[in-house]
Write a protein that binds this ligand. Sequence first.
Ligand SMILES: [Zn+2]
Length: 456
Amino acid sequence: MIDFFEEVNKRKEDIIADIERLCEIPSVLDEATSNDGQPFGKPCREALDLMLSIGERDGFKSVNVDGYAGHIDIGEDEETFGILGHLDVVPCNEHGWNTDPYHVTIKDGKLYGRGVADDKGPLIAGYYAAKIIHELNLPVKMKTRIIFGCNEENGSKCMQYYFTKQPYPKMGFTPDAEFPVVYGEKAGVNFQMKGEIEKDNIIGIYSGSRANIVPETCEAYISGHYKQYKEDFIHYLNQQGLQGSLEEEGNHTRLTLIGKSAHASTPDAGINAAVYMCHYLATISENQLVHFVDDCFYQDNYGKKLGIAFKGLMGDLTVNLGVLNYKDGYASLVVDMRVPHEMTDEQLTMPIVQQLNKYGLEETHELGKALYIDPQSDLVQNLHSAYVEFTGDHIHQPQAIGGGTYAKSMPNCVAFGVEFPGTDNKIHQNNEEISIDDLLKATAIYAKALYNLIKK
Ligand SMILES: [Zn+2]
C-alpha cells in the first residue's frame, strides 16, 4: 500500500518553492506587450517559460505551443491522461491586500498571494501528483500530460488554440474549481434582444452591465412631475420590501430601485432590480418593453413564462435578465441562460422567438457548450473515492453546476478541486489564500486518483 500522503509530505518544501516562484510573476493579461510568441503579453509568457523549465529541471519533456499554452509529459505511454491548469491570474486591487500579492507570504499555516489557489498552486499540486507516481516507478498504462494555458481568465483562447495543435488526452481533470467533483456544467447561452418600441411616458431605463450578474440597481426616467408617482412608487417598494427612491429632474422623474446582485447561475439568490422596476412601470405605462419584461421574467427565473422551462439530469434551466437599456424608443437586453445539456437549440430558441415577436423584439444568441460526464463513470467514481479516502467526507457528492470551468476545454474532463467544501480561498479577491494542509491533502488526493485511473 503506497502512502501518497507521506510521499507528498516528503516533497512539501519543493512544492511550496515552485508555487512561490510562479506567483512572483504577475501573469495578468497584458495586451500592451502582446506579440508573436506571447499572445497574452510578456508576464504570461514568463510564467509559461518558468513552468516549462520546472518540467525540464525534473527531466521531463516540455512543449511550448506558441506562447498560448504548454505541456509537460510525465511517462512514455501513448495514451494520455490530462491535468489541465492555468498560469494567468486576475489583476489585484491596489488596496485591500495585507501582503504583497506577488510575493507569497506564509503565515499561520497558509500561503497568501495571487495565484496560490487559482490556479498556480493547484497546477503544481497536479504536477507533483504525477511526478510522485513516476518517481515511485509505479506501473502505468497512460502517461500524464500536465497542460497549462495562459488565458483562462479571459476566455480560454489558450486552450482553443492549443487543441488545434495538440491531440485531446483520453480523459482528464482540471484542478480549477472545487471538491469533490463537478461532473456537469450547464451551457451558458447569452441572448441579445433588441428592437424599436413605440415611445410613451417612459424616457429611459438602465440596469445592469454584465449578463452573468443579477442586476442590483435599476433607474427609470419617466415624463411628468414626481408628485404624481410618489405615493404609488413608495407603496410598491414597501409592499415588495425593496429599497429605492424617486427624484424630480427638470420636467421628468427619476425612479431608482435597489435589488440584490447574485451570480447568473443562481438567480434565486438575487433580486433582479430591472424586473422589479418593470413590474412597477407596467402599472403606469403601455410601453411594450416594460410589458415584455413584466410578462416574461417577473417571479420566474426558470423560463416558464418564456415557454422554455426544462429540467434535465443537471437540474433546471435558469434565466437571468442581466442587462436592460432603453432610450428614446430603442430597447436592448442581454439575458444569460444556463441550459441543461439535453436541450436542443431549437427547443430553446423557437419559444423565445415567438414571445419576442409579440412585443416587436428580435434576438441573436451564441450557444455555449455544456459538459456532462456520467456520474457513474470510472473517471468520476475514481476521483470521488480518492477524495473520500483522504477527507472522510461522505456527505458532499459529485455535483452539477450552472457555471462554467476550464474542464469545458476538452472532452472527458471534469473539474476536481482545489477548494474544499466549507473553505473560502478568496479567489479573484484580495488576500487570496490556501492552507498548506489543504494543498498537501489535495496533492495526495490527485496522486491517488490519478494512479487508480492510469495504473496497469
Ligand atoms: Zn482558475
